[in-house]
Design a protein. Structure first.
Length: 176
């Protein structure tokens, strides 16, 4: 099922949404037959962090779909009106109970067919006690040499970790 087939009614007036090309070269859009509201299907923005304690990368084993039982870095969806770095800090607290300071951008990741843009930062731990909190079965610290590449939940996590290691720990190369 195409993404635009999931939505049938206008969120503004309740009219029927129909498929329409608004400009040549652009994808099909959903347009209300009554009020002409254009219902854009935009990706969700996700904010994540790569942070370390004693030289080891913080990862959590997911306790919610997608990727239950697989490893990821702390992160999650950016709320409307929330700054991306603030979301990264909030999600880190919610998932592993650590307050972090954003240091630098690791990368921005997107993939065909995936309705998300993932923004990953390097962060430094300020305080807190590392523990599995919301959405995490467990948390663990991994040395750059022992990252569980075969049980990572998302391509963006793999790609961000590879970029991070390439730029900050080239001695680990080659890696998975």
């Amino acid at each position: 099922m195409q993404q635009y087939e999931k939505y049938r009614f206008c969120p503004v007036c309740g009219g029927t949404l129909g498929k329409k090309v608004l400009k040549s070269g652009e994808p099909v859009r959903l347009v209300c037959s009554r009020c002409q509201f254009v219902f854009y299907l935009d990706p969700k923005v996700v904010a994540c962090v790569i942070a370390k304690i004693e030289g080891k990368i913080i990862m959590l084993k997911r306790d919610i779909p997608p990727g239950i039982g697989l490893w990821a870095i702390p992160g999650g969806g950016v709320d409307v009106g929330e700054a991306v770095p603030d979301a990264a800090r909030r999600e880190t607290w919610e998932e592993v109970r650590l307050n972090v300071e954003i240091a630098s951008l690791v990368g921005v990741y997107s993939y065909p067919g995936i309705a998300a843009v993932i923004i990953v930062y390097e962060a430094h731990v300020i305080d807190g006690i590392l523990e599995a909190a919301d959405e995490a079965q467990e948390v663990r610290l991994f040395s750059p040499h022992n990252i569980p590449w075969d049980t990572i939940a998302f391509s963006s996590t793999k790609d961000a970790l590879k970029d991070y290691l390439r730029n900050r720990h080239p001695e680990v190369l080659p890696y998975h």
